[in-house]
Design a protein around this ligand. Sequence first.
Ligand SMILES: Cc1cc2nc3c(=O)[nH]c(=O)nc-3n(C[C@H](O)[C@H](O)[C@H](O)COP(=O)(O)OP(=O)(O)OC[C@H]3O[C@@H](n4cnc5c(N)ncnc54)[C@H](O)[C@@H]3O)c2cc1C
Length: 367
Amino acid sequence: MSEQVDCVVIGAGVVGLAIARRMALAGREVVILEAEAAFGTHTSARNSEVIHAGIYYASGSLKARLCVPGRQALCRYCAEHDVNYRNIGKVVVACEDAQVPAMHKYMEQAKTNGVDDLRLLSRDELAELEPNVRAAAGFFSPSTGVVDSHGLMLAYLGDAEAHGASLALASPVVAGEVTDRGIVLRVGGAETMAIECRTVINSAGLHAPAVARSIAGVPPQSIPPTYYAIGHYYTLTGKSPFNHLVYPVTRADWLGVHVTIDLGGQVKFGPDFSWIDDVDYRFDESREPAFYEAIRRYYPGLRDGTLQPGYTGIRPRITGPGEPAQDFTFSGPSDHGIPGLVNLFGIESPGLTSSLAIADHVANLLT
Ligand SMILES: Cc1cc2nc3c(=O)[nH]c(=O)nc-3n(C[C@H](O)[C@H](O)[C@H](O)COP(=O)(O)OP(=O)(O)OC[C@H]3O[C@@H](n4cnc5c(N)ncnc54)[C@H](O)[C@@H]3O)c2cc1C
């Protein structure tokens, strides 16, 4: 069976759905092809659900440029579409004196990125905001929040469908070919088919480089290598000892074992960081002692036996161990020379926060 479709989005995670919505709202005929039997079961369901303010990202990077407007657009969207979210605020802490200069660097970086509402906390203010947190210094980010990521994806999908888009589940893209009639995608699943498309947006997350490689005619040099970095989350039993999210100062490319409080009031700690070879979400319980140690640096009251294994998420990395941290990478027609094709690579944090801004960016690459 062969079909013709104006615009195909590969992958129904939060980013693919935001793009499908954006294209459908612009009047395009959109089909979303999703390999799994449900939307949003990979990275979009396995993250911290934090609406990032835009503090950490390198000046001028796409992460910095898309996070701040993305956060503003996301909060407006959630308010208008009844998606559950909350600007709970975040306290960033230097656990030791030696980390205070790095903490001030975060504040400077935030200012450069257009985040102008951070407030340096005195020791008294810190103790008042978070009486159970021990730190040498800290600052407060009032515009950091949390969002119901499943509700957000449902809203994006609903909007896209209301504008004529359709979602095909259990429809993995297995191969493709660049032709003079457009891009032909081969779709597996129960009913295999070929689809001839004018526009293809590859938003396959952890598998985006593999999908790009499976399309004959896409220049190999335009496709980055694939690396995976797993993060574990533990949950805390009992009532929250925190009033806000709490992030310790840590290395440049990772936000550390931080505190998130979800919309149901559940406290989560994580994610940690380690390189893995394949997409494998199994929880490694041997990490527990390292979690107790990391958390007690800022929350010394953590009692033995109160951490429970939660879940894992995997970062879609395109740079490997020892290399500089990556930026969001969009490979469009002006990069690879193929009209109508955009590949999205390395869409890790803050991809959820930035999803609406990413959708605008991708649409602009196609005009
Ligand atoms: C541990 C962790 C914590 C994070 N925390 C935050 C946070 O707090 N705030 C924030 O803003 N961001 C956060 N992020 C980043 C955010 O979760 C991601 O940027 C976002 O979810 C990526 O969405 P996506 O649609 O690109 O990918 P995904 O959600 O992975 O979706 C890709 C989809 O493509 C499908 N697919 C794959 N191959 C094929 C194929 N061949 N054919 C068809 N479909 C295919 C998959 O099944 C999947 O549904 C975090 C990420 C991680 C890993």
